[in-house]
Write a protein that binds this ligand. Structure first.
Ligand SMILES: [Zn+2]
Length: 365
């Protein structure tokens, strides 16, 4: 249960966001628009670089369309499947090589034969290991576009470089915006990554109407690791983005999810992917404590597995997939998959300040 104190803080945060005056909302929208598009400060980037491939199946764009995000249980690693409102699909990371069968099981159960977009957040095997088998088994094709940190041939397909500020317009109301890659952040900030590959992670804001999801691989920001999280938090705050669901960086490592960053993005919910048998103590007590800090206070933390670290009273373990479903006005969570713990939370309203115009109009109608 949330303490009354925490509830008050959360309510105040929402109230400030909601009653931040219509003029402020419009002002934010006007100011933020350019930030969500390539700017001069991100020279060389263009939306053309992220032009989606032609729709490979009947489009289903409609006001009642929903977007689903499956955080797939791949043990100690990351893999998330996004099904956009027009039914196109994006796989962000693919876990370790041994994870591919779990991903393929899910794709089969969902009847998905081709992935439209692949995203490799950074070059570690717990994020990229499963791609080879997916590609070998024909889950990519002429309609597939693959994105990573460089232009390269890899696992038999061409990967395209993504730059900070690139925007992918998937379908009406659904966009994917890159806020950081290679330790370079929208707005021009650059943090020397030293030899830290995690610090180079691709950070994506997936937006559908008023709903905002943040996926940043294993981005670093705490301890003696390069602090890329601070400028990413600043960039998101400048753009007026308040995150509804945050995919916790680096499986709950204490070297990520610093308090400054969390207070900038103000996530409503958090999801952590990690394995029961991980030797790293993920998720760490430090990160669960920061997520529950009175200045952040996520409502609930969902985990694919129990992990081998700390826990908190507001943690829910799926023992399988965590599925987020949103129509852009509200969103809900469910447990899914063989052997999973069934649960259902929601619906919750999207964060008001994040530009949920349909909800805003509905409240005034
Ligand atoms: Zn990782």
């Amino acid at each position: 249960m949330l303490s009354p104190c925490f509830r008050t803080v959360k309510t105040m945060k929402k109230r400030i966001g909601f009653t931040g005056i219509i003029a402020a909302l419009w002002g934010a929208a006007l100011l933020c628009g350019p930030l969500l598009r390539p700017t001069d400060s991100c020279a060389g980037q263009s939306e053309a670089a992220l032009t989606p491939s032609p729709v490979s199946r009947p489009a289903a764009d409609s006001p009642s369309g929903t977007m689903r995000i499956y955080m797939i249980d791949v043990g100690q690693g990351d893999s998330a499947l996004v099904i956009f409102p027009d039914n196109r699909t994006m796989l962000i990371d693919a876990g370790e090589r041994e994870s591919a069968p779990h991903i393929i099981d899910l794709l089969k159960r969902l009847g998905i034969r081709t992935l439209d977009f692949l995203v490799a957040s950074h070059g570690h095997p717990d994020h990229t290991g499963g791609f080879a088998r997916l590609i070998a088994e024909g889950y990519t094709g002429s309609s597939t576009t693959a994105y990573s940190w460089s232009n390269r041939e890899w696992d038999g397909i061409t990967w395209h470089r993504v730059k900070p500020g690139d925007v992918l317009h998937v379908s009406a109301g659904a966009t994917v915006t890159c806020y950081a890659i290679g330790s370079r952040v929208v707005g021009g900030a650059y943090v020397v990554p030293e030899r830290n590959i995690n610090a180079r992670s691709m950070v994506l804001n997936i937006k559908y109407r008023g709903f905002d999801y943040l996926s940043g691989g294993d981005l670093t920001g705490s301890g003696n690791h390069p602090n890329v999280e601070d400028p990413v938090g600043d960039a998101l705050a400048r753009a007026g983005v308040e995150i509804d669901v945050y995919k916790v960086h680096h499986h709950g490592s204490r070297y990520s999810s610093n308090l400054y960053f969390l207070r900038k993005i103000m996530p409503e919910f958090a999801m952590i992917s990690m394995g029961d048998d991980n030797p790293f103590g993920h998720p760490t007590r430090a990160v669960l404590k920061r997520l529950n800090d009175p200045g952040v206070h996520v409502t609930r933390i969902f985990q694919t597995e129990s992990g081998d670290g700390a826990t908190a009273p507001n943690v829910t373990v799926a023992h399988g997939q965590i599925v987020v479903t949103t129509d852009g006005v509200t969103y809900r969570f469910a447990g899914e998959g063989p052997g999973s713990t069934p649960f259902s939370y929601g619906p919750y309203p999207v964060d008001e300040f994040a530009g949920s115009w349909p909800m805003f109009r509905r409240r005034n109608s």
